[in-house]
Design a protein around this ligand. Structure first.
Ligand SMILES: Cc1cc2nc3c(=O)[nH]c(=O)nc-3n(C[C@H](O)[C@H](O)[C@H](O)COP(=O)(O)OP(=O)(O)OC[C@H]3O[C@@H](n4cnc5c(N)ncnc54)[C@H](O)[C@@H]3O)c2cc1C
Length: 370
């Protein structure tokens, strides 16, 4: 949609019609949405519609370690902002973006999937499963972690299975969430409580796979007890307020963001550990960079799809995304660990960052795209 707004002719091929957002049944997949990406959506005229529907601003973040030691705290005031970001549902974002496509001039092919693809130096030819043929100077693979287009372009991925799962659910806590995103590091992985707009919290509980299966099988009251304890009852008693589901965690990095005339963005290019809540944020930054590169070329009346421009875009995205993926890996390794050295290291890291506001500031600016 960003490219259509710049005046390019854009067609979107989507495999399934997104289910409409439901105010009554919140989507379990929620994001800690960063301010730079809110600005991206604002530029598309979509952010207001998302905020008006349901978005919880969070103003503080508290991170601490189960083995004691350090605690790190970020506050929007430290950055001179009203909030650090917003907690929003995936289905709401998709719903509002989808509704804005026709006005932006994006031609839709849905439900439709790419069957085959050929490319040469001039462009790409696609055949869809309904027989439609499309020709384009560029194809953008934004079809998720198991991207078909990436496969057709012959781009390999490097994968690492964390052997952890993220258990997600909504919970009610006896104390208010205080517009704060909370994260406690436990030996099995981080446990996050994200403030949700209706007073509930959305949890992401990272656990070794077998542990995740065990807590999913607990009855509700046993789950509540274990979760309250895992969270040190920071917000009092915790009570389950939705179903719970688990998703497997992996790191997956494509070997390139560009293959000829095919560009990879979002999870098609990179899947990262959810501990920093950056998956969707990194994907939208790929998009912002591409929009900026195309806008710059159009303004200077030069070829927006020249190979060297695509290569430069790819290099920037790849180095930032790989750095982020390995940084989250390192944090996960040091924090999901009972060993003495790891315990000392994270106590030191959290304590130091907590005591040095400029350091916390720097961390936060990077995470929020500032
Ligand atoms: C439980 C959970 C919690 C998460 N929490 C966070 C968080 O707090 N913050 C964060 O930033 N990230 C989070 N993430 C990660 C985030 O969900 C992903 O990074 C993000 O959804 C990736 O977006 P995407 O558009 O690249 O891929 P997807 O969301 O997977 O979208 C791909 C789209 O392509 C379509 N498609 C797929 N194959 C085809 C095909 N062959 N033909 C046509 N269409 C196709 C699909 O229908 C879909 O619409 C979380 C993920 C999960 C699972």
């Amino acid at each position: 949609m960003s490219l259509a707004r710049l005046g390019l002719r854009v067609a979107l091929v989507e495999g399934r019609q997104p289910p409409p957002w439901s105010a009554e049944v919140p989507d379990l997949r929620v994001y800690a949405f960063a301010p730079d990406n809110a600005a991206l959506l604002d530029g598309l005229g979509v952010w207001k519609a998302v905020r008006d529907a349901r978005a919880q601003a969070y103003r503080r973040m508290r991170v601490w370690d189960a083995s004691g030691g350090g605690e790190m705290s970020f506050d929007a005031d430290m950055l001179g902002r009203d909030q650090l970001g917003w907690i929003v549902e995936n289905s709401l974002l998709v719903d509002r973006l989808w509704a804005a496509l026709p006005e932006a001039g994006v031609r839709l092919h849905c439900p439709s999937r790419v069957d085959s693809m050929e490319q040469d130096a001039d462009g790409v030819r696609l055949r869809l499963d309904d027989g439609t043929r499309l020709e384009s100077r560029l194809v953008i693979a934004a079809d998720g972690a198991d991207s078909t287009v990436r496969g057709l372009a012959g781009v390999q991925v490097a994968q690492h299975d964390y052997r952890q799962s993220g258990v997600v659910a909504f919970v009610q806590t006896s104390q208010a969430h205080q517009s704060t995103a909370w994260q406690r590091f436990l030996p099995g992985g981080p446990l996050a409580f994200l403030p949700f707009a209706d007073g509930r919290s959305s949890i992401v509980w990272t656990l070794p796979d077998a542990e995740a299966a065990r807590v999913l099988a607990l009855d509700d009251s046993a789950f509540d007890r274990e979760l309250t304890q895992a969270f040190e009852a920071r917000l009092g008693e915790v009570r389950l307020a939705s179903k719970r589901v688990a998703f497997p965690l992996r790191r997956q990095l494509a070997q390139a963001h560009v293959a000829g005339r095919v560009l990879l963005v979002g999870d098609a290019a990179h899947v990262v550990h959810p501990l920093a809540g950056q998956g969707v944020n990194l994907g939208l930054r790929d998009v912002s960079r591409l929009r900026d590169s195309v806008a710059d070329a159009l303004e200077r009346r030069i070829d927006w799809a020249a190979d060297h421009r695509l290569a430069r875009w790819s290099r920037q995205c790849r180095s930032d995304n790989a750095a982020a993926a390995y940084a989250f890996d390192g944090v996960n390794r040091v924090f999901s660990n009972d060993g003495m050295h790891a315990t000392l290291l994270r106590g030191f890291a959290l304590g130091l960052a907590g005591k040095l506001p400029p350091l916390a500031n720097l961390f936060w600016r990077k995470a929020s795209g500032g």
